[in-house]
Design a protein around this ligand. Structure first.
Ligand code: OAD
Length: 247
């Protein structure tokens, strides 16, 4: 029933916007941060994902990132990513704003992807600005910890992701805020909705009159503001919604 209601809202959307979080990639084998089995149940986010700690000891970051990076680079899109790409192709969604840095939305065929927290597929040297593919840095982590810049030898090689303590990329957040203000439907998928400013997007959309749909495995703080809440796995729920809508 809730799936049917979500499909009805999205079918009629003209300016739908999706916001995705780690949950959408869980079924691709990439662990989430919060919730059952989340990365932050094992590690303190400040110690492994803040710029302050990265600058103090890049190897502490890379020791955790080594496994996560390997898994993310090997991952493929799941049916949830593909359903979102289909909803964009059929004109129901104008964009996917994502907190994920894994690139799986692009791999699944979504064209307008706004990476709020950057991309984990590129690494940049904070000393000389040289960029390298993450896969190349990843490949030498077994013999080099922390990895060094191939150009200047510096040790501050950082994936082009947003760490805690650094502002979000301005063009991305501004574009996402503008689309949220214009949205008629806001579809949030696989996010705990506790990290801002990404979690401002549903608030902005609601204030502008959009209907909010939340698809998540666990309750979120925004559920009571939503028109429809579908509790479940995005890789199952989103294809059901897309199938009900059709082409
Ligand atoms: P979280 O890990 O905080 O939340 C993921 C949500 O997805 C949880 O509420 C899970 O219950 C839910 N979930 C798990 N599996 C799911 C599935 N198969 N289908 C649907 N939902 C599922 O991830 P985000 O909200 O993306 O930031 O986290 C936001 C930010 O916090 C991340 O971008 C990262 C993190 O710290 C930085 O590192 C800066």
């Amino acid at each position: 029933m809730t799936v049917a209601r979500a499909a009805e809202l999205i079918r009629n959307a003209r300016r739908g916007l999706a916001l995705t979080g780690a949950g959408v990639s869980a079924e691709s084998g990439i662990p989430t941060f919060r919730g059952e089995g989340g990365l932050w149940t094992q590690y303190d986010p400040v110690k492994v994902a803040s710029i302050e700690y990265f600058m103090a000891d890049p190897s502490a970051y890379w020791k955790v990132s080594k496994d996560r990076g390997r898994v993310a680079l090997a991952a493929s899109p799941n049916p949830g990513h593909r359903a979102l790409a289909a909803l964009e192709a059929s004109g129901r969604l104008v964009a996917v704003a994502t907190q994920n840095t894994d690139g799986l939305h692009q791999d699944s065929g979504s064209h307008n992807v706004i990476e709020l927290h950057g991309s984990g597929r590129t690494v940049m040297c904070l000393d000389c600005g040289n960029r390298e593919a993450r896969s190349e840095v990843q490949a030498r982590l077994d013999v080099e910890m922390p990895p060094r810049c191939t150009l200047c030898g510096g040790i501050f090689l950082k994936p082009t992701v947003v760490l805690f303590g650094v502002p979000l990329p301005q063009p991305a957040i501004q574009q996402a805020f503008a689309l949220a203000r214009e949205a008629d439907v806001m579809l949030v998928v696989g996010s705990s909705l506790v990290v801002y400013p990404a979690a401002d997007l549903p608030l902005i959309a609601l204030r502008s009159g959009a209907q909010l749909i939340v698809v998540n495995a666990e309750p979120t703080p925004f559920d009571e503001l939503a028109t429809v809440v579908v509790q479940g796995k995005s890789g199952e729920v989103l294809p059901e919604i897309a199938a009900l809508i059709g082409g």
